[in-house]
Design a protein around this ligand. Structure first.
Ligand code: CO
Length: 137
């Protein structure tokens, strides 16, 4: 069973330019420094909001999985929605038992906890990220 909405992922050509939009147009003040996940092919930062986060993601490297998405959506677009779960391995087993397609083995995500992605075909066209709730929160 899914828990809180953790973040909404937005793929963009430049996280710095996108962060500026959230600052200038929407008045967001709490935006994290950019991080890199080389093996996942993304640069990222978070726009912190009172109840959630926007995750801005930008392609990193030649084989970035976001490259195709940006080829179809050159200005960027909503890429995934992330919900928290207690136990990622249990969540993966449950998803697969229910016939869903889990796209990866659990791996460390941008929050430092284990994540999986569930294929958009299983959720009305929306790519769903599941992440283990950080233990300190
Ligand atoms: Co995410």
């Amino acid at each position: 069973m899914i828990g809180p909405l953790n973040h909404v992922g937005i793929a963009v050509p430049s996280i710095e330019e996108a962060a500026q939009v959230y600052r200038d147009l929407y008045g967001a003040t709490d935006i994290t420094e950019a991080g890199e996940m080389m093996e996942q092919g993304v640069r990222f930062c978070f726009v912190n909001l009172p109840n959630s986060q926007i995750e801005l993601i930008e392609p990193l490297g030649e084989n970035s999985p976001i490259k195709n998405f940006l080829a179809k959506n050159p200005k960027g677009g909503q890429h995934h929605v992330c919900f928290e779960v207690e136990d990622i391995h249990a969540a993966k087993a449950e998803m697969e038992a229910k016939g869903a397609t889990v796209l990866n083995e659990p791996r460390i995500g941008a929050h430092g906890t284990l994540i999986i992605f569930v294929h958009p075909k299983n959720s009305n066209g929306v790519l769903i990220e599941l992440m283990e709730t950080p233990k300190h929160s």
